[in-house]
Design a protein around this ligand. Sequence first.
Ligand SMILES: Cc1cc2nc3c(=O)[nH]c(=O)nc-3n(C[C@H](O)[C@H](O)[C@H](O)COP(=O)(O)OP(=O)(O)OC[C@H]3O[C@@H](n4cnc5c(N)ncnc54)[C@H](O)[C@@H]3O)c2cc1C
Length: 408
Amino acid sequence: MSDAVKIAVIGGGPAGMLAAIKAVATLDRAGVADAGEKVVLFDKNDILGRKIYLTGRGRCNITNTRPWSDFSQHIHPDKGFLKHAFRSFSNEDVMRFFEELGVPVIVLQGQRVFPASLKAADVARALEKRIHALGIDVRKESVDLNRFMSLLSEGPVVLATGGKSYPMTGSTGDGYQFASGAGHTVTSLFPSETALMPKEYNRDLEGLEMKNVGLSLFIDKDMVQREEGDFIFTDDGLESGIAYKISRRAVWAMVNGQKVEVVLDLKPALSLEKLSVRIARDVTEMPGKPRMRSLLRGLMPERMIDPFISANPGLDIENLAPRLKEWRFRISGYKGYERAVVTAGGVSLKEVSQKTMESKIKPGLFLAGEVLDLDGDTGGYNLQIAFSTGALAGCSAAKRLLTFFQAD
Ligand SMILES: Cc1cc2nc3c(=O)[nH]c(=O)nc-3n(C[C@H](O)[C@H](O)[C@H](O)COP(=O)(O)OP(=O)(O)OC[C@H]3O[C@@H](n4cnc5c(N)ncnc54)[C@H](O)[C@@H]3O)c2cc1C
């Protein structure tokens, strides 16, 4: 009987592939012969890790070098849940792991880690190559609820089916249904790291990349979050960088019917007083009668001048400084899963052991990656969540399989 028992990993994304690789390593260390054949990896796509190819705009931001004390500030909704998994397969372990797979890494933009080639495909292909080299049984099969329940009755299962974002990559939320079928609670799901759509959106802003600006998020008139950095005005609204950072709370507020406003500070490095002094100096240095457009030319990109003027009726030199620091956008919507980087919400963390990733409801079921109610900010945090929880789930599932052999 024990020879037939295998670990089934459902989902061949970063979490599932790490689970499969680490399961084999654990079995191998325990002296199991042909360990790779004891692991079956299911994915509905022809290639593994399809979403990885799209990550980091094709460059794949693998992880982030911050130490746990800083790293954990970017994990939601419960950083404590990830602590053990992170410690057992940390950001440094991830970098070492990829170097060993033949994918050298570099640190860019502060603490973001990328493959040195800046090609996401190199990351996905290295993982897939390792899976095949280990002799793991890869099945290109879409698992349904019945199949999931039957696999669960046969041996350890790692559920790593991802979330609902970018469904064309295969992540269609199937795992939530499977986990519910096994008795789990799935918390409210909503898209995060997605475009925030202003009520009156001036299309002339489209394509403008904002550098070193501030965004403050107001919910029902209270300021709840402020970020400084970069973002882009896209065809859908405020997107990328700091816009993604505030999107989690903004979307959740909209889901709950609250009013959301975003205030753009075009000069975050200058206090209101200092900006007023600078404008007064520019005015005195200007030959002839001061003209608003000429003033604005020194304060913002040319393309922004018309949208800024039309969004700020009654603009004059006296109120220019406060208007530059407080350009208010009423947000009326957000882009859904088809455009969201990550799905917030998922299988309740209260029902999963943080030490093993095993279900507290259904022994033998292990969960990893985005299917869990765990997500991170933009900056490599989501892939690290997938790698850490996947690695831990794979090791734990292998230890569970070993108990089958010992029982024999
Ligand atoms: C455009 C974009 C850019 C991103 N960039 C970054 C980045 O640079 N850095 C970062 O940290 N994060 C990034 N992310 C987020 C990150 O990619 C995800 O959080 C991560 O891929 C989640 O890993 P996962 O293994 O849990 O799930 P997924 O990667 O979603 O993998 C799940 C797999 O399960 C398979 N599957 C699903 N259901 C079934 C089924 N029923 N049967 C068989 N197979 C099934 C799917 O085909 C899929 O391959 C990005 C996301 C997107 C959409």
